[in-house]
Design a protein around this ligand. Structure first.
Ligand code: SAM
Length: 229
């Protein structure tokens, strides 16, 4: 069924069914991820953000399927289960300031913005950054700033961050991102070669500034491309 045939109620029901699928998948992967369930806040964000507004018109009929979809320029909007999982792993509080690398469609940005005080998001491809900015504005997300640029360098002027999420596969964790994380903060990032599965990692920076790394799940992401090699 295409978007134009679906009412707001039908979209909401589709989101609810998707959420049930995501909840099941969270439980099924719990042994590996250490998370058996999603928090109420993440469930609420997933139940509210209209994913159909973040996909191209020709993909609308799949907007509430639990899978990634093409968004143009060879990029993808992430699978909803992965969006929920990565968001949960970030464990955001309502006063937190977050940096996201890889805005893409802006869907993950919107989920983060529903949970945190402020989200800064960097996207390498200017056309995607512009489209996401417009979409997020139309949907009323006032606590988001999107900028076109190389996310491997982070966003120095707005650092430090309570949480950083990278939504593209990094060969290694960019040093600038670790530096721009607050003590007590958390970085969620897929690490590994782009042509294979990567390792979804959580890096916790403790109050002394030491970093503790935990592997969570094999994942597949498009590559994080740095202009600086
Ligand atoms: N989270 C997005 C969403 O919900 O639509 C999906 C992100 S997509 C899987 C990865 C994005 O990272 C792409 O849009 C890509 O252009 C972007 N990207 C890749 N390398 C980047 C870099 N160095 N800095 C910023 N963005 C980058």
């Amino acid at each position: 069924m295409s978007d134009r045939w679906m009412s707001d109620d039908q979209h909401q029901q589709a989101r609810q069914r998707l959420l049930e699928r995501v909840v099941t998948e969270t439980r099924e992967t719990g042994r590996s991820t250490g998370l058996d369930e999603l928090s109420g806040r993440v469930m609420q964000a997933m139940a509210t953000v209209p994913r159909h507004r973040f996909v191209p018109p020709e993909q609308c009929e799949w907007a509430y399927a639990d899978r990634p979809l093409p968004i143009g320029r060879g990029q993808t909007i992430s699978q909803p289960f992965i969006v929920a999982l990565m968001t949960e792993l970030l464990a955001l509080g309502p006063e937190d300031v977050v940096l996201e690398i890889g805005t893409g469609s802006g869907y993950q940005t919107a989920v983060l913005a529903s949970l945190a005080r402020q989200v800064y998001s960097l996207e390498r491809i200017p056309e995607l950054a512009d489209a996401a900015t417009q979409r997020l504005q139309e949907l009323g997300f006032a606590n988001v700033a999107v900028r076109a640029g190389d996310g491997c360098l982070g966003w120095e002027e707005q650092a430090p961050f309570d949480g950083i999420m990278v939504t593209a596969a990094a060969a290694t964790v960019p040093e600038a991102l670790v530096r721009q994380l607050k003590p007590g903060g958390r970085l969620v990032i897929p690490v590994g070669p782009p042509q294979w599965t990567q390792d979804l990692q959580v890096l916790d920076k403790d109050e002394q500034g030491r970093v503790h790394v935990r592997s969570v799940l094999p994942v597949v992401f498009v590559p994080l491309i740095s202009n600086f090699g």
